[in-house]
Design a protein around this ligand. Structure first.
Ligand SMILES: NC(=O)c1ccc[n+]([C@@H]2O[C@H](COP(=O)([O-])OP(=O)(O)OC[C@H]3O[C@@H](n4cnc5c(N)ncnc54)[C@H](OP(=O)(O)O)[C@@H]3O)[C@@H](O)[C@H]2O)c1
Length: 252
């Protein structure tokens, strides 16, 4: 799409953007997809399971579902090439997660680390594959969700937090790439891309609240607030967002 605001310091808008939500079938993915659709974006929702994507489509009609194992780097490259051939990509919202814990450092299992490494690989593969399209976009944005545990790692969550710390480092490298490429004359067609880290303690949604009405979920971030933060990526200039680590609001 054309872009009056790109590269001028004026905030662009999400309307008409083509945005890939990677790992879209959880409650957070549903909230993000629904908010993006409502704001007028063209949403490509990616998950590994066709059944769960069909369920997402019932909850968020209008998405374009794509089945892809995002831990399979070749499959991610093929997906990015196929989507890129069909038009520009303006956003990548990475929501693939997973959690493992263990009894102290000796309890950090190989299986648990393998799962965390797979999760990190999905971030590395998707950002690498979609990087050229995001850079070429008038307002390319990529975001992933990290954890407060990176600031205070525990023994029991060592593998999980190590993968999140690696993911944050990778995202800062992506931000550095965007900054350097934006400065190069050869990328003058782009409007300024941004890589942003969101940080939460934990996420909560309506189903969790209904299942445990006695719980306060203090410090948790509602998935609707995550969705609002995603929309906000297209309400601020790239320079404000690129490399930023943003703690998302939580409700008391
Ligand atoms: N939930 C929390 O309390 C919390 C706390 C701190 C940080 N975070 C972070 O916030 C983000 C969203 O959290 P979440 O709990 O909504 O995430 P999640 O449920 O752990 O994962 C999101 C989706 O990723 C998809 N997925 C997993 N492996 C995949 C693969 N190989 N290829 C394609 N899709 C895959 C899953 O869908 P399919 O199985 O259908 O493919 C799943 O619905 C994550 O980065 C998470 O680490 C969450």
């Amino acid at each position: 799409m054309t872009d009056a605001g790109a590269g001028t310091g004026v905030s662009p808008d999400v309307t008409g953007r083509r945005i890939v939500v990677a790992g879209a079938t959880s409650a957070s993915g549903t909230a993000v997809c629904a908010a993006l659709l409502e704001a007028g974006a063209d949403v490509v929702a990616v998950g590994s399971d066709a059944g769960r994507l069909a369920e997402l489509e019932r909850r968020a009609p209008g998405i374009t579902p794509e089945v892809c194992d995002l831990a399979d780097t070749a499959a991610v490259d093929a997906l990015a090439a196929r989507l890129g051939a069909g038009g520009g990509i303006d956003g990548l919202i990475h929501l693939v997660g997973g959690w493992v814990g263990g009894a102290g450092i000796p309890g950090q299992s190989e299986e648990g680390w393998a799962a965390m490494e797979r999760s990190f690989r999905t971030l590395r593969s998707t950002t690498r594959a979609f990087y050229p399209a995001l850079l070429a976009s008038p307002a390319g944005r990529v975001a992933f969700v990290s954890s407060v545990s990176v600031e205070a790692p525990t023994a029991s969550g060592a593998s999980y937090t190590a993968a999140k710390a690696a993911s944050e480092s990778w995202m800062r490298s992506v931000a550095d790439g965007f900054r350097r490429d934006a400065e190069s004359e050869s990328q003058a067609s782009g409007g300024g891309a941004a890589a942003t880290i969101f940080v939460v303690k934990a996420l909560v949604d309506e189903r969790m609240r209904d299942a445990s009405p006695e719980k306060t979920f203090a410090g948790f971030t509602d998935v609707r607030d995550l969705a609002t933060a995603v929309l906000g990526l297209w309400q601020r200039p790239a320079a404000d967002l690129n490399g930023a680590r943003i703690r998302l609001p939580s409700r008391p």
